[in-house]
Design a protein around this ligand. Sequence first.
Ligand code: FMN
Length: 208
Amino acid sequence: MTEARESKAALRIAIVYFSRTGVTAQMAEAIEQGIETFPQVDVISHQIQGKEIVEGRFANPALFEALAGCDAIIFGSPTYMGSVAAQFKAFADASSDLWCDQLWTDKLAAGFTCGGSPNGDQSSSLHYMATLASQHGMLWLGLDAAAGYRDKGVNRLGCQQGASAHAPEGELHLEDRKTARYLGRRVAEQVLRFSPQSGSDYRALSTG
Ligand SMILES: Cc1cc2nc3c(=O)[nH]c(=O)nc-3n(C[C@H](O)[C@H](O)[C@H](O)COP(=O)(O)O)c2cc1C
């Protein structure tokens, strides 16, 4: 299921994630809202579906075609057994078709995850996503939000590798939602920074 916001923006960010019970999907939604504060940037959101995995292999050539035209890709998965879910890993493994020619080189990358425990090894999932990005020659963006200092009302879990959430009841905590939205904004900001058309005052382009 790929959803794209209609616009004529030249810059584009993709969110690719798996979610079974909806928490990662809530994070994806918040990230999208953060990106949307920059009208100059388009967003494509794709929730990985089990039916896209055929005999163990993720198969969705149209998605990879769409990703080729994106300036940044934000990866998302619940943390399962201390890493990404198998469904996300199937997508990651299918991206190996692009690896030899490094077709995602210089795209920005970021990640988000959630878990049922406060420290359920969510960092491990984000580390994996950062490794995936490095394998593709992408540029990884973490959070610039020091938990407990210069409070921005985000990152209550103190994880800077990406957006992390603890959702024991299946509902996203308000501050984790804000963290996800913040990550979306940050990636959009940096996409604009890397765009030659933006000029040096790229932060002022946000409407929200
Ligand atoms: C197979 C499985 C393994 C899980 N492993 C972990 C884990 O290692 N750490 C953790 O904090 N939560 C773990 N959880 C809980 C999920 O990460 C949590 O319920 C998450 O919110 C699910 O995301 P979703 O709602 O997007 O599907 C696990 C859940 C399942 C089903």
